[in-house]
Write a protein that binds this ligand. Structure first.
Ligand code: AMP
Length: 272
């Protein structure tokens, strides 16, 4: 696996790879969820590039940018073993924070956008930058960050970026907790309570499938989140626009976010 730190070098290395080229952007602290994206790319493309960059633009003031887990050597070894051909791991000098930014309108102000103002603007801006450097044919994103997939799809469509977007299903621990680099922050009590987030989403789906209206399904499910979990939101949204919808139909996501101590966890069920 080739490793590049500079933009010009990464651009040249990506341009020399076989086509179709699959691309997996990450912030590192890799787990089986990230590796599922690499495997999907490996299965569908002739070459695979990944990036590893903790993007300061997508962290708000007081968030975990400074303490976000970083272990380059472990990440490098996992990507190489998973079959990536190229790793772009820019340092901050290679990716200066610029004034230009991508504005996606109302989709970035709902749900995660409301709780993390500026987050999706930061995500979209860095993904646009990475796509321009890597010029992949297929971009691989995880279902776990469902609103991010909707934001990036919209950007790709609106700006005619000419890349296919593939969404890979969420990889979970045996007890249902979605894998996340941030799970490492959870205390043992928080870790024990965290799978109730997924169970709560399943309750909403089961209730709505049995004909119960959304309001009642959500009201009944909310209290099942285990302490110390504190719910930020629980809703059913159109998969594309992220507008709330009243009935369960495809494509949609049942989405939730909750805080367990200082750690915010996201999860969703994909109705497709
Ligand atoms: P991150 O490093 O958190 O920015 O995530 C990089 C990519 O991995 C994003 O597209 C995420 O949605 C995806 N991802 C994170 N966790 C999971 C998971 N548990 N299952 C599948 N994909 C995931």
């Amino acid at each position: 696996m080739e490793i590049e730190r500079g933009v010009a070098e990464a651009r040249a290395a990506a341009a020399s790879l076989s086509r179709p080229l699959g691309f997996v952007p990450t912030m590192g602290a890799l787990h089986a969820g990230h590796l599922a994206l690499v495997s999907a790319a490996r299965a569908e493309c002739r070459a695979v590039a990944a990036s590893l960059y903790v993007n300061p633009l997508q962290f708000g003031a007081g968030e975990d940018f400074e303490r976000y887990p970083r272990d380059f050597e472990r990440d490098r070894a996992q990507l190489a073993a998973a079959g990536a051909d190229l790793l772009f791991a820019p340092d901050s000098a290679a990716m200066p924070v610029a004034f230009s930014a991508i504005d996606l309108g109302s989709i970035e102000d709902r749900f995660e956008g409301e709780w993390r103002p500026g987050h999706f603007r930061g995500v979209a801006t860095v993904v646009a930058k990475l796509l321009d450097i890597m010029r992949p044919d297929v971009l691989y994103l995880g279902q776990k960050d469902a609103q991010q997939t909707a934001v990036v799809r919209r950007m790709v469509r609106d700006l005619k970026l000419g890349v296919e977007v593939r969404v890979v299903p969420t990889v979970r621990d045996a007890d249902g907790l979605a894998l996340s680099s941030r799970n490492a922050y959870l205390s043992s009590d928080e870790r024990r309570a965290a799978p109730s987030l997924h169970a709560m989403l399943q309750r909403v789906r089961t209730s709505m499938e049995s004909g119960i209206d959304k309001g009642s399904a959500i009201a009944e499910a909310r209290p099942t989140l285990s302490a110390p979990g504190a719910l930020d939101y629980l809703d059913v949204v159109d998969a594309d626009s992220f507008e709330p919808i009243e009935t369960l139909r495809a494509p949609a996501f049942i989405i939730a976010a909750a805080r367990f101590g200082r750690t915010r966890l996201l999860d969703n069920l994909w109705i497709r």
